[in-house]
Ligand binder design. Structure first.
Ligand code: GTP
Ligand code: MG
Length: 372
């Protein structure tokens, strides 16, 4: 949709085709009349010929998330919100145990085979400040979940067991955080073990360019033990300090925008999704669109299984009321009515289909040109 052919561009700005091709040549671009012009050339050429152009995406009106962001811009975020912190690291390095220790819960003990197989979201309070945690699986089979975790995150905690050191999924987790542009704190866990060697972990990571603060670098390392509780306060304080520097804000008065981090279908409840509210307040009875599906919030359940009436920015919750199960990664946006919710979901479906089609059509044309 944002692509236009050279001859179409010439027609649109009412200039001879040869002039446009010549201008492109001067820019070092050999283009034929049927070639596509990318957005950047449209702008450069428009300047060259001194014609005003407005680039618009005909599908943009279908993009409900973009519309939401225009209506609730970040400049109007005025209220502090809790940081969303994702715990990542190699399998068995103690991610769930750390969270259990922080929350005083016993999830790790109940997991099948002692392996986390899904993403969980929990909220804790420390010194009157809330922190939302996302637990991710460390097993290599769950790369996509780690990537998704990193996407919704403000701060990542990379857990490394001090008796095991840096392992493949430690590196992978760091890569995800870096790719998502998320700052991270290293939690060196299991320091209660006699064979624990936290300095080895430090030097392994330092070699990868992750230099600890105490060695003159900029990465916070905290030694912890999920077993004894040592270092946990220190870790939480480090998280809160980092969050403070980031000045995370939202506007609770806006309609809700939330991200689905997981969904499943439960007997009697229908689709249930774990969401994290990114902005606005999600309320019971809110009509919403969520990717290709839509619905109305029926139940809101917090991480302790208690029912709630609303979810504030930065907070996680499980909600029901979906027409169909949404996909992890989908964005939920509250809208005025069920009718609008349904229409918006249908438009979004069309958006995805047309976007797909426009890609394939373009490829076919290019293939054709090669053949000629
Ligand atoms: P996955 O989610 O499957 O990747 O594992 P995980 O990183 O969540 O590890 P989990 O919390 O399930 O802990 C793995 C094992 O390490 C369990 O047997 C825990 O009891 C043990 N463990 C976790 N933290 C500590 C610790 O600080 N000290 C000791 N000694 N053992 C720990
Ligand atoms: Mg786990």
């Amino acid at each position: 949709p944002k692509e236009v052919r050279v001859y179409e561009f010439a027609e649109a700005i009412n200039k001879p085709l040869e002039d446009v091709i010549e201008a492109l040549r001067e820019l070092g671009e050999e283009r034929d009349k049927n070639d596509f012009l990318g957005e950047e050339y449209i702008e450069t050429l428009a300047e060259e010929f001194d014609v005003p152009v407005e680039i618009y995406d005909p599908l943009a009106e279908f993009d409900y998330v973009k519309k939401y962001d225009e209506q609730c811009p970040e400049e109007e975020f005025d209220t502090e919100r809790p940081p969303i912190v994702t715990i990542m690291g190699h399998v068995d390095h103690g991610k769930t145990s750390l969270l259990d220790r922080i929350r005083n819960s016993r999830i790790a003990a109940k997991e099948a085979g002692g392996i986390t197989q899904h993403i969980g979201a929990y909220m804790v309070e420390k010194d009157g400040k809330k922190i939302t945690f996302i637990d991710t699986p460390g097993h290599e089979a769950f790369t996509e979940m780690r990537a998704r975790g990193a996407q919704v995150t403000d701060i990542a905690i990379i857990v490394v067991a001090a008796n095991d050191g840096v392992m493949p999924q430690t590196r992978e987790a760091i890569a995800h955080a870096q790719a998502a542009g998320v700052p991270f704190i290293v939690a060196v866990n299991k320091i209660d073990l006699p064979e624990a060697n936290p300095d080895l972990v430090k030097s392994q990571l330092a070699e990868m360019g992750i230099m600890p603060v105490e060695w003159g670098g900029e990465y916070e390392f905290v030694n912890v033990s999920a077993k004894t509780g040592e270092g946990i306060d220190d870790l939480l304080e480090t998280i809160l300090l980092q969050a403070e520097m980031m000045e995370l804000k939202a506007n609770p008065k806006c309609p809700a925008k939330a991200v689905v981090i997981e969904s499943r279908v439960e007997k009697g409840k229908g689709p249930v999704a774990t969401v994290i509210v990114k902005n606005g307040t999600l309320k019971k009875q809110d009509s919403f669109v969520c990717g290709k599906t839509f619905g109305r919030v029926r139940l809101i359940i917090d991480d302790l299984g208690k029912q709630k009436k609303e979810v504030l920015p930065g907070e996680p919750a499980e909600i029901t009321g979906f027409d169909e199960a949404p996909f992890a990664g989908d964005t939920l946006v509250a809208v005025e009515s069920d009718r609008i919710a349904k229409e918006t979901a249908e438009k979004w479906k069309e958006y995805l289909e047309r976007r797909e089609k426009s890609k394939t059509t373009k490829a076919t044309l290019e293939d054709l040109q090669k053949m000629i």
